[in-house]
Each structure stands twice: as C-alpha cells, then as structure tokens.
Write a protein of this length. Structure first.
Length: 399
C-alpha cells in the first residue's frame, strides 16, 4: 500500500515523540546526572583539546587523566567536607534538643535571657506561648533526628552511584562529545546562526555560573567559617558550608547566618567575637562578590538580579540543591530564547523607538508617536489657511 508522503511524516513524527517521551521518562532519575556530566565536560573540553595532542592524540587517555584529576582534586575533598558537615549537623541536632529541654524544664533560664531583650515587658504576656512552642520544637527535633539517621545511609549510597555514573558519562562526552553535539544540532529545526547563539550562550553562562558559584561560595563560606572558629562559635565547618550555599542567593547571602550569630554574641556581651564577625564576614567576605563576580562572569553573561534571584530559588525548589547551578542557566536560556524570538519576529513587533520613552524629544518637535491621530489631524486642520471666498459671496455679505 502506497501512503502519501505527508502521512508518512506525520506517523514518523508521532512515533518519535511518543518513544522519546517514554525513553526520557525511563531515564528521568539520571537526567540531572547526565546534565552535570555534560556541564563538567563542556568546562573541561578546552583542557582535553589541549592535552590530546601532547599525548600522541590519545583521546581516551586524556579523558581518563581529566576524570582522575576531577575525582582527586574535587570529589575527594568534597566528600570529606560533606562527612564533616553531616557529623556536625548531627551534633547540632543532638545539642539543641537538651538545650531546649532545659529551657522548658526550668523556665527561669529562659526568663533570664528574655530579660536581656529590649522591651521585655511587651513579650512577658506571651511567655506561656513561648514555652509551649519550645515543647513542640523539642518533639520536632527528636523526630527529625530519628528520620535523619535512617535516611543518611540511603542518601550517601545514591550520591556515590550518581558520581560514578557522572564520571562514566563524562568519559564518553569528552571523547565523542563533538559528534554527539553535531547530531543533536542536526535534529533541531533551527538556523545555523540560532543554534550557534543558543550553544554559545549555554556554554558561556554555564561556565560562568559554575566558576562564580564555586569560587565565590568557597571563598565566602571558608572565610565565614574561619570567622566562626576564631569567634569561638561551635560547628564552624557546618555553618561555613551553609554560608557557602547561601552566598549565591542574592540579597540574603551569608548574612542570613552570620548576622543572627553576631546578634547572639552581642547579647552575651562577647564584643571581641562581634568585631571578628563584623570585619571578616561583613567587610571582607561581604565584598568578595562585588570584586570577583564581574571578573568571573563577564559583561555578556550578566543577568538582572531578579532573574538571578528567581532562577536560583526556583531551581532549588524544582531540582533541589543542584538547582543552585541549573536555575540560573535555565534563566539565561529563557532570556536568550526571547532575544531570538525578537529577532525572528522583528517585522511583526513595534519599533524600538516607539517603546523607548526615556529618549528626550527634539526641541520644538514633540514625537508623533505620543500624539493621538485625532488630535494630530485637528491641529493640522487649524493650521491650514482657509480657501478664499468667491466674489459673489462677498457681495451678498455686504448687502
């Protein structure tokens, strides 16, 4: 039976969409791992391209050396840090529980701390409610500790499996990544210029986001963690890691941790600790973002603070902790695609001059776009001279 070519194309398109959706659903739990492998491969591809000729064009050996370097220089120290952070996080939970219990069992201790707060008399009527909430906090912390102990082993195993898969995928991306990328671009129904723009935007923003996020986070988290240690605060490694994560969130940043700690030290009268946190966390670490980010990111990949904020928060809400990196990349691609839309449909969109109201008009010549057509035509009618009256009409007017 001979089918019409259009029917064949429709059948092929429908089957391709269905099978692709089924395949993506099947590997859904590994998509983020594959994405991170592609991201690291894109960042290390220049190193692979430089290293391959120096190893007699042995691409496999160059890929193995790069993966080994990533494992030894990044993953091993990161694993050690995660172990320390998890240990200190458990210590935080185990230490907070008896601390809260002591306040609940001995209300006098809490009253002593409350008396140091300004306007204590306004808080006094709510003391019973504060004690009741303290009991709820104790029960919630105990439940959290029990659940955490049972889930840490599972999370650790999943992380190890994902790391192994990521390194394995990276090997093939480094060796055959160009061929795979050309194949993907071939199937995109876009012009070559748009494909190059989208790819260039993705790689530049991904690399800039990774570099700025990791480097600024490491510097700010490390400095703030050292400040906590110098100030005598416990669990410095844990809070330093938390501040490293918060460092990429606009507006909040590391101040979400060290400012409450500074207030606690001030209430206790430890002004040397207050000075340490104010200088190291506030003055030094607080200005690292302004000093390093322009150099690491570059002007062509800068985004508005709102896009960075919602991209980061939305990425974390949708993808978890990895959304810190993925969220801004998706926001950048969103902006790029709208720019491509503006170029593709420029003939159907209003001129830029009509959208810009901040351009001052020429002196004595107001812009025509701001004048309604009706008013414009009426003003022109007033300025036009009246036609001369016929001689007969003038004679009738005289009589």
């Amino acid at each position: 039976m001979i089918r019409h070519p259009a029917v064949n194309r429709i059948i092929v398109l429908v089957m391709t969409v269905l099978i692709s959706a089924l395949f993506l659903t099947m590997i859904q739990q590994f998509l983020m791992t594959i994405f991170m492998a592609a991201l690291f491969s894109a960042m290390t591809h220049p190193i692979h391209r430089w290293l391959t000729p120096r190893l007699n064009n042995r691409e496999n050996l160059a890929s193995i050396l790069i993966i080994a370097a990533i494992f030894c220089l990044i993953l091993v120290p990161l694993g050690i840090l995660i172990g320390v952070v998890v240990s200190q996080a458990m210590d935080v939970g185990q230490s907070v529980t008896p601390w809260v219990e002591s306040f609940v069992k001995e209300p006098g201790l809490l009253s002593k701390y409350l008396e140091k707060i300004p306007h204590y008399q306004k808080i006094l009527p709510y003391r019973d409610m504060i004690f009741g909430k303290g009991g709820e906090v104790v029960s919630n912390i105990s439940t959290l500790l029990i659940n955490s102990l049972s889930s840490i082993a599972k999370m650790t195993l999943n992380a190890l499996v994902n790391v192994v898969i990521m390194l394995y995928v990276m090997f093939y991306f480094l060796t055959t990544g160009d061929l795979l990328l050309n194949k993907i671009l071939y199937y995109l129904p876009m012009s070559h210029e748009d494909e190059e723009l989208l790819l260039r935007r993705f790689t530049s923003v991904a690399g800039a986001t990774m570099k700025s996020t990791l480097i600024i986070g490491i510097f700010q988290g490390g400095l703030c963690g050292l400040a906590f240690a110098f100030a005598g605060l416990p669990w410095a490694a844990f809070w330093g890691t938390v501040m490293a994560v918060l460092s990429i969130v606009p507006v909040v940043g590391t101040a979400g941790v060290w400012v409450p700690a500074l207030i606690i030290l001030a209430v206790k009268g430890d002004f040397s600790g207050v000075l340490i946190l104010a200088v190291i966390c506030g003055a030094v670490a607080g200005n690292l973002d302004n000093l390093l980010r322009p150099r690491l990111v570059g002007q062509d990949t800068e985004m508005h603070d709102l896009f960075v904020l919602f991209g980061t928060l939305g990425g974390i809400a949708l993808f978890g902790i990895i959304g810190i990196i993925v969220g801004p990349i998706i926001a950048a691609l969103f902006i790029t695609l709208w720019e491509m839309y503006g170029v593709a449909f420029k003939d159907y969109l209003p001129a830029v001059s009509e959208l810009r109201r901040d351009v001052p008009p020429d002196e004595g010549h107001p812009p025509e776009a701001d004048t309604p057509p009706a008013l414009s035509s009426s003003s022109q009618a007033e300025e036009e001279p009246l036609p001369p009256c016929p001689a007969g009409d003038i004679e009738q007017l005289k009589h």
